[in-house]
Design a binder for this molecule. Structure first.
Ligand SMILES: [Zn+2]
Ligand SMILES: [Zn+2]
Length: 356
């Protein structure tokens, strides 16, 4: 059994107030709560997510428990009465938000919608620390082809896997991806592996555009208003794209409006971006076009398979290009530098990982 002594964790002091880039202090924190039925994982790699950047930017008060939800590590403890097929020493990616925190028996859990569990475990900490506790239901073995850095990419890959499955994506459909950061790039990979027709992506920065091509986008345009819309119309003889995937979120309605303009009448808009403030959307055009907006968040077990398992499958298929999006690695001690690098696109950062 792992000794329950204090561990190292990174907490943002929140001193930057509104508009800060974080002020992370690595310090001793209590061992995360080992709730009834919890496994303990020794954390090896955690990705800094766009949502971590948004939350840090907005934070006005000091954090009490560490964040970080794109986590891979090694199982060091399993519950006493555990009868599943995981073993100590297994290398796993962790569904920190859904299955790892869920009761596995309420109405939503019975249908695999762990994200919506009504008896979720208390918040017991995230990946910017040395150990994490979660239910074994949320631990997914990574393949021998994957290192821990690849393991921490399972989460952002699963977000797009979930969006496509939740929206009942049809192979052959053409796809527009709005934004080519971590989620936009995983959406390109998922579109590709689910048999999409033409894939058109927009990218704000040159290094993101290059990555989008590497992931398999057929056409990549800039994020200037009108460019993606025009490309979508041109490639479809003015009909419009079948499915648009919005991956930006934030504080502007532009990406949603753009998605709605790109899709054909009766098309679908999968919304993966997290919007931080209420935004204004004109629903008359989408209504006249009969567009389906499908917000999707996190991951689930759909038709007997968890999105994480399919994400592991995708990342295990050969030397998958998505593995190359990790542009920077920092140790936990240097997490502040990691956040600053992730904010500063002049560093050409796409994905910054904290390795331990
Ligand atoms: Zn994330
Ligand atoms: Zn539940």
């Amino acid at each position: 059994m792992v000794r329950r002594e204090d561990i190292l964790g990174a907490l943002d002091e929140g001193k930057g107030k509104f508009g800060g880039k974080g002020n992370f202090v690595v310090q001793k924190i209590p061992f995360p709560e080992v709730f009834d039925g919890a496994a303990v994982v020794d954390i090896k790699s955690t990705g800094i997510c766009g949502s971590d950047l948004h939350m840090t930017y907005d934070r006005t008060e000091a954090e009490i428990i560490p964040g970080g939800h794109e986590v891979a590590g090694e199982i060091v403890e399993l519950p006493k009465d555990y009868k599943g097929n995981l073993n100590l020493g297994d290398r796993v990616a962790i569904d920190c938000i859904g299955a790892g925190k869920s009761c596995n028996s309420c109405y939503f859990c019975r249908y695999g919608q762990f994200r919506h569990c009504i008896n979720r475990h208390e918040e017991s900490g995230g990946g910017f620390s040395s150990f994490i506790t979660r239910s074994p239901d949320g631990l997914f073995k990574i393949s021998d082809d994957m290192d821990y850095n690849d393991g921490a990419l399972v989460e952002p890959m699963a977000v797009s896997v979930h969006g496509f499955r939740f929206a009942k994506f049809t192979p052959g459909d053409s796809v527009a991806i709005i934004g080519s950061a971590t989620i936009g790039l995983s959406a390109i990979c998922v579109a590709k592996s689910y048999g999409a027709g033409k894939i058109i992506a927009s990218a704000k920065y040159e290094h993101q555009a290059e990555a989008a091509k590497k992931m398999g986008a057929d056409i990549v345009v800039s994020s200037e208003e009108g460019e993606l819309e025009e490309a979508c119309m041109q490639e479809t003889d003015g009909i419009g794209i079948d499915v648009a995937v919005e991956t930006i979120g934030g504080r502007s309605n532009l990406s949603l409006a753009q998605a709605a303009s790109c899709v054909k009448k009766t098309g679908k808009v999968i919304v993966l971006g997290g919007f931080r403030i209420p935004i204004e959307v004109d629903f008359l055009q989408p209504m006249i076009k009969e567009i389906s907006f499908i917000p999707a968040t996190c991951y689930a077990n759909i038709d007997g398979r968890h999105d994480f398992e399919l994400a592991v499958d995708i990342l295990s298929s050969g030397n998958h290009p998505y593995k190359s999006i990790v542009t920077h690695n920092f140790t936990l001690d240097n997490i502040q530098k990691g956040f600053e690098t992730a904010y500063d696109k002049k560093t050409k950062s796409i994905k910054v990982h904290i390795m331990q």
